[in-house]
Design a protein around this ligand. Structure first.
Ligand code: GAR
Length: 200
């Protein structure tokens, strides 16, 4: 039976779109898309695909209220797990305790290098020769949870933050649907804070 997922977004939603485009080949459906930003284009992408699109804003709520509201909506849509796809907020213990099932996140760097905001600019400023993207389980830290999979992207001398971000994004659009499909298929196993992919 198909798994149900919830996707949390804050912006343009190109990773959400990559998931939507790959849905026919994946053992899952997207039950709900939730944004903390009412103007996020990701909401429009969800509506066009016929997926319920909700806005839950942080403003006017305590952090605890906001996290419980998000987790409550995910429970209401009976999701099996949650994907953060460009969701630009650090989620705390309330959310993780109440969210139905695991939470995974995509980050535009090879973690544990360059967590947090502007990861591509951080990579360029440091002068690394290779960067990339990471999909990981979310824990209470900032981009610190167990790594599920990564894809590398060479950094070119001619790169600026935008060109590097664009090439990393191409790899994100491959990696995220692949990993979400593996999680939905029950092939991602977490043992002693390390991830093993069954059948690989
Ligand atoms: C993506 O590059 C994603 O990895 C990044 O935001 C972008 C969202 O793009 N996420 C983070 O930096 C989280 N720390 P999208 O809205 O087009 O998918």
């Amino acid at each position: 039976m198909n798994k149900k997922i919830g996707v949390l977004v804050s912006g343009r939603g190109s990773n959400l779109q990559a998931l939507i485009d790959r849905l026919p080949g994946l053992p899952l459906e997207i039950s709900v898309v939730i944004s903390d930003v009412p103007t996020a284009f990701a909401l429009e992408r969800a509506r066009r695909a016929g997926i319920p699109a909700l806005v839950i804003e942080a403003g006017g709520k305590s952090r605890q209220e906001f996290e419980l509201a998000l987790a409550g909506a995910l429970c209401q849509y009976e999701v099996d797990f949650t994907v953060l796809a460009g969701f630009m907020r650090l989620m705390g213990p309330q959310f993780l305790a109440q969210a139905p099932g695991p939470v995974i996140n995509i980050h535009p760097a090879l973690l544990p290098a360059f967590p947090g905001m502007h990861a591509q600019a951080q990579a360029l400023a440091y002068g690394v020769k290779v960067s990339g993207c990471t999909v990981h389980f979310v824990d209470e830290g900032m981009d610190t949870g167990p790594i599920i999979a990564q894809r590398a992207v060479p950094v070119l001398d001619s790169d600026d933050a935008d060109s590097l971000a664009e090439r990393i994004l191409e790899q994100e659009h491959i990696l995220l649907p692949e990993v979400v499909g593996l999680v939905a298929a029950g092939r991602v196993v977490l043992e002693n804070k390390k991830v093993r992919i069954k059948g690989e």
